[in-house]
Design a protein around this ligand. Sequence first.
Ligand code: 1HE
Length: 261
Amino acid sequence: MNSSTPEQLVAVTVEDTIATITLTRPTKRNALSLRVVEQLRVAFDTLPDTVRVAILAGEGEHFCAGLDLSELTETTTAEGVQHSFKWYEAFSKIQFGRVPVVCVMQGAVVGGGLELASSAHVRVADETTYFGLPEGQRGIFLGGGGSVRVSKLIGFSRVTEMMLTGHVVNASEGLAINLTHYVTPKGQAMDKARELARKIAGNAPLSNFAITQALPLIAEQPMSHGLLTEALMASITQGAPEAKERVNAFLEKRAAKVSLS
Ligand code: 1HE
């Protein structure tokens, strides 16, 4: 399936079990207008049932320049809150949708672009990538969930420092502080993301469900609740026939060992 028309700001392609959802507004550095955010929501909400992993990417030299600042016109407080809630709804479809999401990054991953990337489960940057939170300089604040999601990735102290000082973090520094899981040479992040997506698609769907849905909730639970949730999820996943088959495959030396490659 391929779908992209001139007025479309988000393109969806599906190959086997992997969907690629691409921001297609490179002339505006993939800035997130409300139309883009809405198209992202629809794209993640309507993935075909055959899809097991999604790749999120941005066309051109920059993943995403954040909020479309041309839309930051005079709004009432209530309209501003509604604006954020539209972003929350779309980004929630990414983080808590049916499939794991791998984000491919290059160039600017700033402001709302970093809030978007932090909604994905796995992040792959190429060496041109840089991360910034220029809201302070623009006289605004995070509004796409970054106070929560980016703070969970790097801690609120680093978010505070980036926002106060305008500190722009390069790819290798981003790797060190957990803004990205991988850094590739220039232009190779998509290849790496596809390789990872194929691995993720090969996991048991129930395990992927537990990893993407239960893990973030467990992290927010008090320890006693978290351990109980974990025990229940463990029991549910290992009770599935697919788990038994996979474990037997290992015991019968039919499955790959854990290795560094
Ligand atoms: C934009 C935007 C945008 C570019 N909204 N139009 N985000 C920012 O503060 C980042 C602002 N953007 C930049 O700093 C730079 O554009 C980049 C470093 C990302 C890329 O630089 P460059 O030299 O490749 O591109 P450019 O020439 O700056 O921009 C190309 C065009 O995209 C230009 O429009 P044109 O009509 O003159 O061609 C820019 O105006 C346009 N453009 N970025 C609108 N962001 C839910 S709260 C989230 C809060 C935030 O995200 S705050 C951070 C906002």
